[in-house]
Ligand binder design. Sequence first.
Ligand code: ATP
Ligand code: ZN
Length: 225
Amino acid sequence: MSENNRLRIAIQKSGRLSKESQKLLKSCGVKFNVNEQRLIVHADNMPIDLLRVRDDDIPGLVMDGVVDLGIIGENVLEEEQIERQTLGKPADCVKLRELDFGACRLSLAVPNEFSYEDASSLEGLRIATSYPNLLRRYMQQKGINYSDCMLKGSVEVAPRAGLADGICDLVSTGATLEANGLYETDIIYQSMACIIQSAEEQVPAKQALIDKILSRMNGVVRARE
Ligand code: ATP
Ligand code: ZN
């Protein structure tokens, strides 16, 4: 692969973090125009390339040193980190700062008719989730045995569909749970978006650009408080 002196930043292509990620970078003085069809966006005024990808791919791209920075939900970061540690793959990166968007929580929820006392009520039952590693860590801490039902989407319909007894899913307002006849029982992880950097050492010019962006970002986030 040819040496790349441009700073590469991975952001979500489309979804809950994409608009805010773009807005934040623009507020930090990075000028660019997104073409919806394009994976890579070259900034007009700085040696920066934005890589527009699925959010799930962002932690791995940073941890493998394919990109220098990434903007990602802490939930996805933490899930990938546990997964990679389990598999013995590189799992290091530096969290530069938490951001002021993407607030959500990963929670356990059960059907309204389920009489729930505490997490031990789930002993031996099946839980649908897209976050098997965060769920496993929580249940291990509590000493509870359960089975997984791994779903990348439509987790909230799993109990009604007879696929699982409860779910472990992202919640922000709780409206989706309510609409599906579920209620939240345990918060297992509180999350915000964050910006992460690869653990690899950067050439001085690139590190200086990272420092400049981060210092502007600190100012932008503080001013929005
Ligand atoms: P992609 O197509 O990139 O894989 P996705 O469907 O996995 O997208 P989104 O639903 O866009 O992901 O959510 C991206 C991130 O936004 C989540 O991982 C989480 O950090 C954050 N988020 C904030 N609020 C919510 C919410 N109510 N539900 C889900 N995610 C939320
Ligand atoms: Zn995703």
